[in-house]
Design a protein around this ligand. Sequence first.
Ligand SMILES: Cc1cc2nc3c(=O)[nH]c(=O)nc-3n(C[C@H](O)[C@H](O)[C@H](O)COP(=O)(O)O)c2cc1C
Ligand code: SF4
Length: 422
Amino acid sequence: MAPSSPLFESLPLGPIEAAGRIFKTATAETRASEDGFVTDELVEWYQWLARGGTPLIITGNFYISPQGKSTYRMCGVDADDKIPGLTRLADICHRFGAKLVAQLNHCGRQVIVGHTGVDEPVSASAVRDPMMGAKPRPLRADELPGIVEAFAEAAMRCREAGFDGAQIHAAHGYLLNQFLTPHTNRRRDAYGGSFEKRLRLVREVVRETRRRVGPDFALLLKLNGDDLLPLRRGLRIDDNVAIAKALIAEGIDAVEVSVGHYESGFPMTAGRFDDFYRELVVHGAGQHMDALRRFSMAHFHRALDALSRWLWPPREGFNLEYARRFKSELSVPVIVVGGFHTRAAMESALADGGADAISCGRAFIADPFLVEHLRSRESGPRCDYCNLCLARSGTGPVDCWNPAVRAEKEKLLTAKGSIEPG
Ligand SMILES: Cc1cc2nc3c(=O)[nH]c(=O)nc-3n(C[C@H](O)[C@H](O)[C@H](O)COP(=O)(O)O)c2cc1C
Ligand code: SF4
C-alpha cells in the first residue's frame, strides 16, 4: 500500500469538505458559447478533471454581468437562463466525487475594448491599464449597488445549479482588486481613499453574497499576496492580510493566495515564455490589441520572451512566502497557487506550514489526471511551463498547446476513453 500523504487527507472549507488537498485553480476556459452558455465542450473539460480524481475544482472566471466579461467565449452567470447549463457542470463533477466552486468575476478595466462587446470599460477610477490599453470610466457611486447585486445573484444561480461554492475574485487586478488598490482607486467618495473605504465595495459584495446564499454554501476568496506594482501604490502583504481578515469576518471560508495585476506583467504565471509573445500576437489576444502592441510583439518577441523568462522564471511554489504569512494570521484554510506540479514540493508546502491546500492551473491543463497520477506516483503528461496555453487564453479553447506535452496528453485521454458529457 502506498504510504499516506497529507495531500490526500480531507479538508473542511466552511460548510463543505474537499476529499483531498490538491485543487484545480481557475483557468479561463474559452469553451462556452459566444453568449456565455455552457457547451458540451465545456462539460467535457470538467469531465476529465473530475474523472482524474480532483477533489475540488474552481471554474475559470465566470462573468457576473455583461459589463464584466473579459474574453470571447467566456461562461456567464449573469442570467437565470444559464442555470440549466451550469447544472450540467455541477452534475458531471459530482458524478465523480469532485466539489465544484464557481469563480465569480468582473474584469473592470482589464479588457480589450470592443473585443468582447465591452465598449466602455469601467473601474474605480480612470486609470489606463497599460497591458490591454483600456482607459476605463469611473463607476458612479449609484452604480455600485448593482455590482454588489450582480455578484450575489450570480452566487445564487450557482447555488441553484448545485455548485458547492463560489470564489469571489479579488486578485489579479480585476474590478474588486481595482477598488482595493490605491494605484487604481483614486476616488474621493465613500469607496476610495482610506483602507476602509477602498475595502467597502468588496466587503459589501461578500456580506450580501453570504446573506443571500446562507451558511451551507462555501465562499472562497482569491486575493493577491502582493500587487507587485513597484513605484506605484500597490497593495503589499500586510494590506492583503488585513483585507483577508476583514472579509473572513463577513463570511469567507478559505483564501487562495496569488499575485499581481495585468499591469505587473506575468508574475502570476511565472514560466519559460517559450515563443510566448509570437503565439500571443498570432493566435491569442494580441491579435485584437492596438497597432503599437502588435508591432512590438511581432518584431521583438524573442527579446520579450527572454526578458519575461528572466523576470518571472518558473519555480514551484512561487507564492508560498505570501501564503505562509496568510496562514500564520488567518483563522480559515489557506490555498496556495503557483508553479506546483510535484508531490515533493506540495508535501513540503503543507508540512512546513505554508498552506492547507495546493492549487494548480497549468499542471492540470497538461494533465487532467494529475491528482490520480500524484497519488499513484505514475508519471503523466508534465507541464513544462512554456505558457503557450496562456498565450491563447481567451481566444481559443483552453488546452495544452505545447506539441510534445499535448501529444502525451492526447495519448492519455485516448487510453481513458470518452464518456457521454452528461
Ligand atoms: C490559461 C490560463 C488561464 C487562467 N485563467 C484564470 C482565471 O480565469 N482566473 C484566475 O483567477 N486565474 C487564472 N489564471 C491564473 C491561474 O489561476 C494561476 O493563478 C496561475 O496560472 C498560477 O498557477 P499555476 O502555476 O499552477 O499555473 C489562468 C492561468 C492560465 C495559464
Ligand atoms: S501549453 Fe501545456 S506545457 Fe505549456 S504551460 Fe500550458 S499546459 Fe504547460
